[in-house]
Design a protein around this ligand. Structure first.
Ligand code: SAM
Length: 198
């Protein structure tokens, strides 16, 4: 991927635009911030690092699970051809959509629902970015990854997870590598943690 374009796109995004008024004063700090409904926006350095690992190309079709504030979605939409983003909390999705439309990013398709099962209607995807912690690597997401594709996903218990880079080789073989230790909010749904879990 074009590292200069990643850096330029990343620096062009103002994180304050993606958080509520009371959080704007903290937006320049490299910390996760609350975005409501018990969810968070990740620290900017992690968004940049995960995007670098995902390595979207100009012609990539990207699936993103966990739209949240829309910050990561915006970065992906600036780097790739199309972004399909799924969020389970309708109100968060509405707010993210408003922001992304205000930025005139028109290559994004939105869905409210359980993204742990992906979005099969538009598969396969060249890149899959998951920004909530899965309990296991979801089979459906691996199936929806194109040959030659890459997926970045945190896998592990709610307190700390391994950040996995999943690649699908040209012969269809799937390779999984641990690239970092991270802390994300829980993925809910089929391949996440149950709705009842604290
Ligand atoms: N990338 C986002 C950003 O830039 O603001 C932050 C994402 S936040 C850490 C994780 C998001 O995943 C939350 O908004 C949460 O509601 C969502 N989420 C959790 N489980 C989900 C699921 N099964 N399907 C879709 N979204 C889910």
């Amino acid at each position: 991927m074009d590292q200069t374009k990643l850096e330029k796109s990343f620096l062009s995004l103002d994180r304050a635009f993606f958080v509520d008024d009371e959080m704007k004063q903290y937006a320049c700090l490299d910390f996760p911030l609350p975005i409501g409904f018990g969810q968070t926006i990740s620290q900017p350095s992690l968004v940049r690092e995960m995007t670098r690992l995902l390595a979207p190309e100009e012609d990539s079709k990207v699936l993103e699970i966990g739209t949240g504030s829309g910050f990561q979605t915006a970065l992906l939409a600036m780097l790739a051809a199309e972004v399909y983003t799924v969020e389970r909390i309708e109100r968060l999705m509405e707010k993210a959509k408003q922001r992304l439309k205000a930025l005139t990013l028109t290559n994004i398709c939105y869905k409210v629902g359980d993204g742990s099962k992906g979005w099969p209607e538009h598969a396969p995807y060249d890149r899959i970015m998951v920004t909530a912690a899965a309990s296991v690597l979801p089979d459906e997401l691996v199936d929806q990854l194109a040959v030659g594709g890459r997926m970045v996903i945190p896998v592990g218990p709610p307190d700390l997870q391994e950040l996995k880079l999943v690649t699908k080789k040209n012969n269809g073989e799937v390779h999984v590598e641990t690239v970092d230790i991270v802390k994300f909010v829980e993925l809910k749904g089929k391949y996440g943690w149950t709705e009842a879990q604290p």
